[in-house]
Ligand binder design. Structure first.
Ligand code: SF4
Length: 463
């Protein structure tokens, strides 16, 4: 088994629908944007540990920055992000001040200066306004080396941008914008509390392009209340008229015990596991028919896009934003709830904006928790990442790389059970997810999750 991914457009060419009604494969599992996953983070990783990891970064290391803006004008019912609604500018302005302080603090601890990528997410980043972007960017330029960056990306709510904000984004070098679309069906938009007709999204997309930000992606969803396979196909047809370079399609995760606003969603209107499966397949077929290549479990890109190239070379990675071709092992998260990734582990800031702000104003890193990776964690993390990115993994090669003689006999026996169902196959310790199994990649990956059993954490549906 080589490192090269299977031609991505063939990814789901075969998909005899498994019976999901009583199928354990529809069970909730993590999305594996990290391993260990965030519910397994502990208080053992505190500000001192975080500072030590920053300090240990070699001077020549290039890092990526993620800036989290946890504010929206109003909350969409389906939202799973760390954000809160505000129509007042004061809390946002105070937050910008705290980000400025945090950038200086992190830079004081960090051994590395060179930044290759910046990603603004939220929440609704544009809520900080043109002046907020300029001030934060100036602080980054003062404390880090941000000349010659590879990518500067932002998440955009098509309802909340204007020419002034876009001009400020272009001025600070933003070159990639990801627009939150979710769905174009008016009935589903009403059911999720996010009404944005196609014309609004089209106007926003064209404004972004006119500003000179050429790399445009859109986020879509399936599994929403009242959503049907026809809605999924309709969203693909209209979405393609925006000519996005990248499309991400996420299954709605209904976790009202964790995200209170989701209680506004009528659970009886949610598609069941079988319908979700058919919607995921319909999305896949629609975008492949439109000429896009499937990358990983939920991304579709134009041929030649960086993600497609990375997938073919076996260099696709998974981070908190989903799939990426970012090769840096270091991501520094800024803002409330932001997670930093280091070779030694993960460190997450306090999610409550008030606690985050108090810590930063006190001159401390706002670290709340995290995970220090054991050697076995690192090995399992790479196995899971390869399965999620390449749909295959050569365990012997990784065991040798990590110099950890781990047996995995229990895991391989479970892979054999999945093989009986046609979801995976293996040759010795080479594991591959079949075309039928690709929609269940999270289930196959979860076999190697040491923390999953007995964790008591409730995750979203596997598909
Ligand atoms: S889905 Fe996006 S815009 Fe809606 S509340 Fe969540 S972060 Fe804000």
């Amino acid at each position: 088994m080589g490192a090269t991914a299977e031609p991505v457009t063939k990814a789901l060419a075969v998909h005899s629908a498994p019976d999901l009604s009583a199928n354990a494969n529809a069970r909730p599992v993590p999305r594996y944007t990290s391993y260990p996953t965030a519910p397994n983070f502990s208080l053992a990783v505190n500000a001192d540990v975080h500072a030590g990891w920053l300090n240990a970064l070699p001077a020549h290391a290039a890092v990526s920055l993620y800036v989290h803006v946890p504010f929206c004008v109003e909350l969409c019912h389906y939202c799973g992000c760390n954000t809160h609604a505000t129509r007042r500018q004061e809390p946002v302005e105070r937050y910008v001040e705290n980000l400025l302080t945090e950038i200086a603090l992190v830079a004081r601890h960090s051994g590395a200066r060179k930044v290759n990528r910046i990603h603004w997410g939220g929440g609704t980043p544009s809520i900080i306004g043109a002046d907020g972007f300029r001030r934060i960017h100036r602080a980054m330029a003062k404390h880090f080396d941000i000349d010659g960056m590879v990518e500067h990306a932002i998440e955009i709510d098509p309802r909340r941008i204007d020419a002034a904000i876009l001009d400020s984004l272009a001025a600070i070098g933003v070159d990639r914008a990801n627009l939150g679309v979710q769905v174009f069906s008016a009935a589903v938009q009403r059911a999720i509390g996010r009404v944005q007709p196609f014309e609004v999204v089209e106007a926003a997309t064209s404004l972004v392009r006119k500003t000179g930000i050429r790399n445009i992606g859109i986020d879509l969803m399936y599994g929403l209340p009242h959503q049907t396979v026809e809605d999924v196909r309709f969203s693909a047809t209209l979405g393609a008229r925006l000519h996005p370079q990248r499309v991400a399609i996420f299954g709605y995760a209904h976790v009202p015990w964790f995200k209170k606003q989701q209680k506004l969603i009528d659970a009886s209107a949610l598609p069941d596991a079988g319908q979700r499966y058919r919607q995921a397949i319909a999305a896949h077929e629609s975008w492949c028919e439109l000429g896009y290549e499937a990358v990983g479990i939920d991304h579709f890109v134009l041929p030649g896009d960086g993600l497609a190239v990375a997938a073919k070379k076996g260099r696709l990675h998974r981070n908190f934003q989903g799939y990426t071709d970012d090769e840096s092992p270091v991501l520094i998260g800024l803002g409330a709830s932001a997670i930093s990734r280091f070779p030694q582990g993960y460190a997450q800031n306090h999610s409550a904006t008030a606690t985050y702000s108090a810590e930063v104003r006190y001159g401390k890193l706002a670290t709340a928790k995290g995970a220090a990776l054991t050697a076995e964690d690192s090995l399992r993390a790479e196995i899971i990442e390869r399965l999620m990115c390449n749909f295959r993994v050569d365990i012997d090669r990784l065991v040798e790389k990590h110099r950890l003689p781990t047996i995995f006999s229990r895991e391989l026996a479970r892979i054999d059970l999945l093989a009986v169902q046609g979801l995976a196959r293996r040759s010795g310790r080479r594991v591959e997810i079949t075309n039928t199994g690709k929609p269940f990649a999270r289930v196959v990956a979860s076999v190697f999750d040491h923390y999953l059993e007995g964790s008591g954490t409730r995750h979203s549906m596997a598909i």
